[in-house]
Design a binder for this molecule. Structure first.
Ligand code: NAP
Length: 303
């Protein structure tokens, strides 16, 4: 039996693993994808202290090595179900015959990409439409692409794509960006970046692959198309909460409600990182959550 099992190996989950292992707990971490969470799909990170500029995959690897060196048991599978019986959590993991058991459980499953849900999206998903510039950007070397969204993800990944694509259209539904001003300034000086503001996407068009996006200017109502080979959607995130939906620990938006110790209303069940109901979602805040949760779990397990 584990002292604590952590579901999700993003920065929050990995930080919780590091602190719990250093607190002498027996720790297991379960992750269905690559360790690193959203960092793995982030080209460059420039606001994580200690690294002026680091690739998302490199920071993920650094954290993962630290977790591994502390003897944390890693399960590269999906979690199917969570139950609690007489103060013990039982976690059903795809591919494991036996349920994993622990005294405390941490949900650090983060968020998943929202989709635009407009005509043509299903048809051209993987045939021009992507949610990951670092994974798919290289397909568009010297070709025109669009980035949809005005948050930090859209702006950062537009900068990354500007080094690869012949042209990057940044399409945003307002004339003010939600993302950091420093990123907007960096984009403004790039010759191959064009902002298309106050504009919403209506439809993706093409033949076998994506060829055009039909857009509408919200102020003039003008409908027009742009020619692109690729389109990267960065229109926000939604909580990856499928696993915990039956536990009634989320708010009306589906994010997990926790107390100051990052414990949910279920004793011994903690949550940290982007899945938590809060205002700011950064690597730095995920790490904050993971550290606080784990230090409280160390106390909880020794009670
Ligand atoms: P976000 O901040 O929620 O931004 C989503 C963007 O998509 C917004 O600009 C929004 O427009 C636009 N949008 C939403 N629905 C749309 C629709 N149906 N049609 C057109 N546009 C639509 O999401 P994010 O950029 O993925 O970031 C998620 C969180 O991670 C944020 O807290 C962000 O700060 C953080 N993050 C931080 C960093 C960093 O600090 N390095 C990097 C990446 C992400 P409106 O602005 O009009 O709502």
């Amino acid at each position: 039996m584990f002292d604590v099992l952590i579901i999700g190996a993003g920065p929050a989950g990995m930080t919780a693993a590091i602190y719990a292992a250093r607190g002498n707990l027996k720790v297991g971490i379960i992750e269905q994808g690559a360790p690193g969470g959203a960092m793995v799909n982030t080209s460059v990170i420039e606001n994580y202290p200690g690294f002026k500029k680091i690739e998302g995959t490199s920071l993920a690897l650094e954290m993962f090595e630290q977790v591994n060196d502390l003897g944390v048991e890693y399960f590269g599978y999906s979690v199917i179900d969570i139950e609690k019986n007489e103060d013990i959590f039982k976690v059903t993991v795809e591919g494991l015959a036996e349920k994993l058991e622990s005294k405390a459980l941490v949900v650090a499953t983060g968020t998943k990409n929202k989709h635009l849900n407009i005509p043509g999206e299903e048809t051209y998903k993987g045939k021009g439409i992507s949610w990951c510039a670092i994974c798919d950007g290289s397909f568009y070397k010297n070709k025109p692409v669009a980035v949809i969204g005005g948050g930090n993800s859209a702006l950062e990944e537009a900068l990354y794509l500007a080094d690869i694509a012949s042209k990057v259209y940044v399409i945003h539904r307002r004339d003010e960006f939600r993302g950091a001003e420093i990123l907007v300034s960096k984009l403004k000086v790039r010759e191959n970046v064009e902002f298309i503001l106050n504009t919403i996407p209506l439809e993706f068009l093409g033949e076998e692959n994506l060829k055009q996006i039909k857009l509408q200017n919200k102020l003039s109502s003008e409908v027009f198309t742009i020619d692109v080979d690729g389109c990267f959607e960065y229109v926000g995130q939604q909580p990856a909460n499928q696993l915990i939906s039956k536990l009634e620990i989320t708010d009306e938006r589906g994010y997990v409600v926790v107390d100051k110790n990052f414990e949910t209303s279920i004793k011994g069940l903690y949550a940290c990182g982007d899945i938590v109901a809060k205002e700011i979602r950064q690597i730095a805040t995920a790490i904050n959550d993971g550290a606080i949760a784990a230090l409280n779990i160390v106390k909880y397990c020794k009670e």
